[in-house]
Design a protein around this ligand. Structure first.
Ligand SMILES: [Zn+2]
Length: 237
C-alpha cells in the first residue's frame, strides 16, 4: 500500500516532492511505497510531475487508484527497489487545491441559502464545475452566490483535515449537505475537511490551509441541466 502523504493533515497538502522506493514496476508505470502525488478521484484531477533516480528521470503523466496507486510514466521505467524522488507540478496542484476548497464553499452556500445539494463536481486546472439540485437560480441569485463565496474567502478561515468516526460525523452534519448514506457501510472512519466549522465535509482531496489563499472566484457560466438542476462554472480571478 502506498503511503499517500497528503492524506495526513492540511500541512501535508503542501508537500511538493518526496523520496520513495519502487515497490512494483509495470510496462509504463510504477507503484511506490510513498508518494505526494494525488491520484485522480473525487472530481479532482491527477497530479503530474517527474520522477528522478540515479542519472535518469521520467515524466509522471497520470496517477490513478487501481487497487494500488499507479504512477504512469513517459520515459524509462525504474526497476523494483530503485529509490526515486518525485516532484509534483506545483502550479497545477496548487490551482486544484484552491479550486477544490472553493468548491466546498460554493456547496455550503448553495445548501444553506438555496437548499441546493451538490449532485456532482469536476475540477480542471483552469476552472471547475458543480451541479446543484434542486435549484433554479436567477441572475441575481448567481451574483449573490459569487459575492457570498468571495466574502467567505476574504474572511480568511483556517481549513483543517482530520479523521473522524462515521457515527460522530453523522450527528454533526446537516442531513442533505453530505449524503453519508451513499458511502459504503465498510467505511467507519472518514477523512474530514473542516473549513473553520462553517463547512464540514468528508473528502479525500487536497486543500489550501486558509480560504484567503484562494484569492477570489468568478462564476463564468450557468447551464440548466434538466428540471431543477443547474451547473455552475467558476474560475479563480
Ligand atoms: Zn472535496
Amino acid at each position: 500500500m502506498t503511503e499517500l502523504l497528503y492524506m495526513e493533515d492540511i500541512e501535508a497538502n503542501y508537500i511538493e516532492g518526496v523520496e520513495g522506493d519502487v515497490e512494483r514496476a509495470g510496462d509504463d508505470y510504477v507503484v511506490l511505497n510513498r508518494s505526494a502525488f494525488y491520484p485522480e478521484g473525487g472530481g479532482q484531477p491527477s497530479d503530474t510531475g517527474v520522477l528522478e533516480w540515479k542519472n535518469s528521470s521520467a515524466d509522471v503523466v497520470k496517477v490513478e487508484k487501481k487497487g494500488d496507486v499507479i504512477h504512469r510514466l513517459d520515459g524509462p521505467i525504474p526497476e523494483k527497489g530503485t529509490e526515486v524522488k518525485g516532484e509534483i507540478d506545483w502550479d497545477k496542484r496548487y490551482a486544484h487545491m484552491k479550486l477544490h476548497t472553493a468548491q466546498h464553499l460554493f456547496s455550503a452556500i448553495l445548501y444553506e441559502d438555496y437548499g441546493g445539494e451538490t449532485a456532482g463536481n469536476q475540477i480542471y486546472t483552469d476552472y471547475s464545475r458543480i451541479d446543484f439540485e434542486p435549484v433554479d437560480l436567477s441572475e441575481e441569485d448567481i451574483i449573490d452566490v459569487e459575492k457570498k463565496v468571495n466574502a467567505r474567502i476574504k474572511e480568511a478561515h483556517p481549513v483543517n483535515i482530520y479523521e473522524e468516526d462515521r457515527d460522530e460525523l453523522e450527528e454533526k452534519l446537516e442531513e442533505d449537505r453530505v449524503q453519508l448514506s451513499l458511502l459504503p457501510d465498510s467505511i467507519d472512519v472518514l477523512r474530514v475537511v473542516d473549513i473553520d466549522g462553517l463547512d464540514i465535509c468528508p473528502c479525500a482531496g487536497t486543500h489550501v490551509k486558509n480560504t484567503e489563499e484562494i484569492g477570489s472566484v468568478k462564476i463564468t457560466k450557468v447551464e440548466n441541466k434538466g428540471k431543477d438542476r443547474q451547473r455552475l462554472y467558476y474560475q479563480l480571478k
